[in-house]
Design a protein around this ligand. Structure first.
Ligand code: ADP
Length: 262
């Protein structure tokens, strides 16, 4: 009836509501806590793996008398590779942490996207050639957009690198650029091994890998797509994936031509 009760005591229904809301909030805090815990435990595990290998290699050298030079060199090479791996994980983590900060960290300038893609492909061409993968760029129109050049370069580089890494011998990676009046579109398509359907919803998670040992073998950290997605979201863009196992994968990226600050 619109009148307040004399004592202004919350009704039973109101108390119920408050308690539901509190539980929801508490639940959300718990989820954040759990995912942070999971992240820290994942990081520790990933960082420990190369260290464990190095320790085993060093111990077995130390445990032997008169180590032949050849063996010594071989073990040192392996240790060097593990150091490279550790460095890559740390660098990827640093990129990710940077992206986690506020959008205020965006360094927006007007960038020629055609040139940016050409430069990325030029850098990746030697890696592609080594694995006999054909790398093709198709630009449908000149595009200039307001973006954070470093973050966008990182995002697109990861996608093309994956197209090369998870490919088949004599495969290809096609990159194309298009635009309308509001957005530009980058498509990265490969003729690779594809992603199983039940993995598609997980690929952007930190440290998620369809095949851990294969990814590790080819130098993957499981952080690449998390970095890519974050960078694209910071531009208020979107990313979509389509994949068929054994046939290949397509990543479609859409980014506004004009940066929308929050
Ligand atoms: P990684 O460092 O292992 O490559 P990413 O975060 O870049 O990690 O990718 C996560 C996982 O998604 C990869 O380990 C791989 O299993 C799968 N993946 C990503 N891109 C592709 C692709 N183009 N083709 C097939 N699988 C892919």
């Amino acid at each position: 009836n619109g009148y307040k009760t004399e004592l202004d005591v919350p009704s039973y229904l109101e108390t119920q509501n408050i308690s539901i809301r509190f539980n929801q909030l508490f639940g959300r805090m718990k989820i954040i806590d759990e995912s942070r815990e999971e992240f820290v435990s994942n990081v520790s595990h990933e960082l420990k793996t190369p260290l464990t290998s190095m320790k085993v290699l060093a111990d077995s050298l130390n445990g032997q008398e008169d180590v032949p030079v050849e063996l010594y060199k071989e073990f040192m090479l392996d240790i060097g590779n593990e150091i490279d791996r550790e460095t890559k994980i740390i660098n990827d983590l640093l990129s990710l942490v940077k992206m986690d900060r506020s959008a205020g960290d965006m360094n927006i300038t007007s960038v020629n996207i055609n040139e940016l893609l050409e430069l990325i492909l030029k850098r990746l061409r030697p890696i592609a050639e080594k694995q006999h993968i054909e790398l093709v760029l198709e630009s449908f129109r000149p595009v200039s957009a307001e973006v954070d050049e470093v973050k966008l370069t990182l995002a697109i580089t990861n996608l093309i690198e994956n197209g090369i890494k998870y490919n088949k011998p004599d495969g290809w990676v096609h990159v194309s650029l298009n635009a309308d009046h509001q957005y530009f579109y980058v498509k990265v398509e490969d003729s690779g091994i594809g992603i199983p359907e039940d993995s598609l919803e997980h690929i952007y998670e930190r440290f998620y890998r369809v095949d851990k040992s294969h990814s590790r073998e080819i130098g993957g950290t499981g952080l690449g797509l998390a970095i890519t997605r974050n960078a694209i979201l910071m531009h208020r863009g979107a990313i979509k994936v389509f994949s068929t196992e054994g046939e290949g994968t397509i990543f479609n990226v859409r980014i506004p031509l004009n940066y929308i600050a929050s």
